[in-house]
Design a protein around this ligand. Structure first.
Ligand SMILES: Nc1nc2c(c(=O)[nH]1)N[C@H]1C(S)=C(S)[C@@H](COP(=O)(O)O)O[C@H]1N2
Ligand SMILES: [Mo]
Length: 333
């Protein structure tokens, strides 16, 4: 905790971090107007401070909406906490994490997501696991606790927009699922796909030119790292819809968009899969996307981050503090 600094004046405030959709919309607009690539683009972005009030509003505590409530008697819950995984930082308040969500299938407003998930049907939820695998299978999210042993881990979580949180996830190592289906030797990458239901998720129709469904991926050695988790719960309960119910991936050493929500398909593939964010803006959201304070996003610094709910500004750590586990994956000469 000693390295927490409160709001240094020199730090780029979060209000200058343009949410991705605003940037992309402007870029499309400017391209149509013939301005793409000109200095006007940068000027326009620096003037966008819309997210300031949003960020401030997110930190005020509000009552827990019905859509955030989940059954507490669900199978596998609460799971025992694994003491090996705890950054030792104060947990983010449950209501703060649960009312400040990036889930573009529903909304580009982090505060509105939780209000738009009521029509989203999360049961039954068959997950297809296949591609280059000896033993492909389909398993319902509700049956995962019968096949895999759930545990709880407290992880740091760092969004590319320079905010972070500390939350207890429930789930199991992704490596356990991978072992179960025996990938073939030709499998070099794992690809994840989110549901595709514009009728249940209003953001999908509004962003009609996005390459839905949301996809993400990892190299196989990244996917096998013990930190990578299949997550079914948060704060000791099944995932509320806004956090990616009923099952998502958590990759804590990478920017948040790699931690794909509401997964319906997992495939083992030979070549690097296209991801939604890399397809939209390849220089801003490249496939690897490890948290790195020294590599600025093209439009803002990644040196510091705002911890949601305390509002503290803290230095961002390489690999989001998980270098002991993962640096070896990237230092092969
Ligand atoms: N399917 C899907 N997964 C997603 C996203 C999304 O829009 N759709 N947003 C990502 C981003 S940018 C972040 S920061 C995290 C947010 O997770 P949380 O709402 O549980 O904090 O989810 C990631 N996974
Ligand atoms: Mo994010």
């Amino acid at each position: 905790m000693a390295n927490i600094i409160s709001r240094p004046g020199w730090h780029l405030p979060e209000r200058l971090v343009t949410p991705e959709h605003v940037f992309l919309n402007r870029r499309r607009f400017l391209r149509q107007m013939g301005f793409a690539g000109s200095g006007l683009l940068a000027l326009g972005l620096a003037g966008c401070e819309k997210s300031a009030s949003n960020a401030a509003a997110a930190d005020t505590k509000t009552a827990v909406p019905a859509s955030q409530k989940t059954a507490s008697s669900a199978k596998g819950f609460p799971a025992p906490r694994n003491p090996d995984f705890n950054p030792g930082w104060p947990l983010t308040a449950e209501n703060t994490a649960g009312t400040y969500n990036n889930f573009y299938e529903f909304s580009t407003s982090k505060e509105r997501v939780v209000k738009l998930v009521d029509k989203f049907v999360i049961s039954p939820w068959p997950i297809q696991i296949g591609g280059l695998a000896e033993k492909p299978m389909t398993i319902d999210a509700g049956e995962l606790s019968e096949t895999f042993t759930f545990e709880e881990r407290v992880y740091r979580f760092r969004c590319v927009e320079a905010w972070s949180m500390v939350v207890p996830w429930t789930g199991f190592p992704l490596s356990k699922l991978i072992e179960k289906v025996s990938p073939k030797t030709g499998a070099k990458f794992i690809k994840f796909t989110t549901f595709n239901r514009p009728d249940q998720a209003p953001g999908m129709a509004r962003l009609s030119d996005y390459p839905w469904p949301y996809t993400e991926g990892l190299r196989m050695d990244e996917a096998m790292n013990p930190l990578a988790m299949v997550v079914t719960g948060i704060y000791g309960k099944p995932l509320p819809k806004q956090h990616g119910a009923p099952v998502r991936i958590i990759v804590p050493w990478k920017y948040g968009y790699k931690s794909i929500k509401s997964v319906v398909k997992i495939e083992f593939v030979e070549s690097q899969p296209a991801t939604l964010w890399e397809t939209l803006a390849p220089t801003e959201y490249p496939f690897e996307s490890n948290v790195d304070p020294k590599v600025p996003h093209p439009r803002w610094s990644q040196a510091m981050e705002r911890v949601i709910d305390t509002g503290d500004y803290v230095p961002t750590q390489p690999y989001n503090g998980y270098g002991n586990y993962v640096a070896k994956l990237y230092n092969k000469s």
